[in-house]
Ligand binder design. Structure first.
Ligand SMILES: Cc1ncc(COP(=O)(O)O)c(C=O)c1O
Length: 496
């Protein structure tokens, strides 16, 4: 089954989508008393939802029903659209529906990776090692550690000029050669959620397949930014075995996780989660499970609205054209990097020449002498620029990138002193971009950072550092309840 014939991508549709995310125009009152439209540079954490997705969900609500009901009109409609959502996912990642299935899991990429780890451990027990990289989000590390205790090998990042921050391919090849047929799978992020650096996933697939290992791709920070070619590659060894990502990273609400996998990897064993919706027959002393995908992997009532919102977004992105989206975002990231590189006092992590080492989505940096928490707070309070700071759930990579920069700059310190210093100052500021981001957003960031560098002591005096490392303004307070509260909104509706 393939999603029905897809219309060709169009520039006009891309232009329409770009300017229509919910919340692009949200205004806040700043520490200066001025009201301003925010600049949203936190897409890698969660993307704003596209207006077309919201509109689709609003249209769906009157028909919403449980997909496990069968014969009434709403159930038929919900079931058919929910099935279409699965086909859309497969189409979006170019996975052949004959050999691959897509299913939704409860909590984003994290839920998906936990399921994949448990399933592959059970499926291929003789292969007891997982190879991953130091670049990973904890969601693509801890689930594997839990299922393969003591047997997860972390390949370091590259520090040679031209690919600083990418996975070290030489070390990856050595690790695979060392563990050989013990390797169950290699699991790697397609795009770093810290630096935005793109890993060569097809090259890694080829390497892994040489040893009979599988390739699992964490596409959480990739799916919104780059086309994914799961199967049908010129060399079948380049095909990906499993791809996992989350709805909230691709402009959809909520966080359904999606697993796209070769069917044979999940077939022939009891699914990790059992319950309603995935069984054929249940007696008090036995039960038989459905053999068909994706049902057998979706125990319980699924996140129907989450899946439909996600599929709506993927369809809209497809109609806008993922190749074009990737090209335009790459151009924007290069523009932002050039602007940031002109600032004094800024450390940008990873290779900054994007013609040598491509990036998608994110750039992380620090201002020398200012803590990341302070910079993020000032960007918010004085410039209405929303960024993320700290370690982005990728502690090992952040630590390694910071240590490497310190080692280059502080050549009179010992390794221990550098490591202690890196731990003390661990954290970065991350600006991350999406389909709706513009050159004006990048300019606003560069100008704000220029002012922060120029007026650093003035800004420092305005904040108090809390013991945990967060910064609070000495006089300015933001009261979220004045803008929105669930209770207030419900009260207003009830009392209108
Ligand atoms: C690369 C990467 N992997 C995994 C995750 C976890 O995704 P989720 O929070 O949707 O489970 C994230 C989230 O930031 C991510 O960026």
């Amino acid at each position: 089954m393939t999603a029905d014939a897809m219309p060709a991508p169009s520039h006009d549709i891309l232009a329409k989508i770009k300017s229509s995310a919910v919340g692009l125009d949200t205004e806040y009152e700043l520490a200066t008393g001025e009201r301003r439209r925010r600049v949203y540079l936190d897409t890698t954490a969660s993307a704003l939802r596209l207006s077309v997705v919201q509109d689709t969900l609003d249209h769906f609500q009157p028909y919403y029903s449980n997909t496990h009901s069968v014969l009434h009109f709403g159930a038929k409609l919900s079931t058919s659209e929910y099935a279409w959502a699965h086909r859309m996912v497969l189409d979006f990642v170019n996975a052949d529906p004959e050999h691959y299935t897509a299913f939704f899991v409860g909590s984003g990429t994290t839920g998906g990776m936990n399921r994949v780890a448990r399933t592959l451990r059970q499926k291929r027990p003789e292969r007891d090692v997982v190879v991953t990289s130091i670049m990973e989000h904890h969601s693509n590390d801890l689930p594997h550690r839990k299922s393969f205790p003591g047997n997860v090998v972390h390949v370091p990042a590259e520090f040679a000029k031209s690919s600083i921050g990418r996975v070290n391919m030489e070390r990856l090849a050595e690790t695979l050669a060392e563990y050989g047929e013990r390797v169950n799978y290699v699991t790697i992020t397609g795009v770093s959620n810290v630096t935005g650096i793109i890993n060569p996933i097809h090259e890694i697939a080829r390497l892994a397949h040489r040893y009979g290992a599988l390739l699992v791709v964490d596409a959480a920070a990739m799916a919104a930014h780059l086309p994914i070619h799961t199967s049908g590659n010129a060399d079948p060894a380049d095909d990906l075995d499993v791809v996992v990502f989350s709805g909230h990273k691709v402009y959809a609400p909520g966080s359904p996780g999606v697993v796209v996998t070769r069917k044979d990897l999940f077939a022939g064993q009891e699914p990790q989660e059992v319950g309603g919706g995935m069984v054929e027959d249940v007696y008090t002393n036995r039960y038989t499970m459905l053999a068909s995908f994706p049902d057998r992997e979706e125990a319980g009532t699924p996140n129907i609205c989450g899946a439909i919102g996600l599929a709506a977004s993927l369809y809209a992105l497809h109609r806008a054209g993922m190749e074009q989206i990737a090209a335009e975002e790459c151009e924007l990231i290069t523009y932002a990097l050039e602007g940031l590189a002109r600032l004094d006092g800024l450390i940008i992590y990873g290779e900054t020449d994007s013609s040598l080492c491509r990036r998608a989505g994110a750039i992380s940096f620090n201002i020398r002498g200012l803590e990341h928490g302070l910079v993020a707070a000032i960007l918010n309070d004085y410039f209405n620029i929303s960024v993320r700071n700290e370690c982005f759930c990728a502690h090992p990579y952040v630590r390694e990138m910071i240590t490497e920069v310190l080692a280059q700059e502080e050549d009179d310190l010992s390794d221990e002193e550098i490591e202690a210093m890196a731990d003390l100052h661990r954290g970065m500021v991350r600006a991350s971009f999406g389909i709706y981001s513009t050159r004006a957003d990048a300019d606003a960031l560069v100008e704000a950072l220029r002012q922060i560098v120029a007026r650093s002591s003035e800004f420092q005096d305005l904040y108090t550092r809390l013991p945990g490392g967060d910064y609070v303004h000495k006089s300015f307070r933001f009261d979220p309840d004045t803008l929105f509260s669930v209770r207030g909104t419900v009260d207003r509706w009830l009392e209108a």
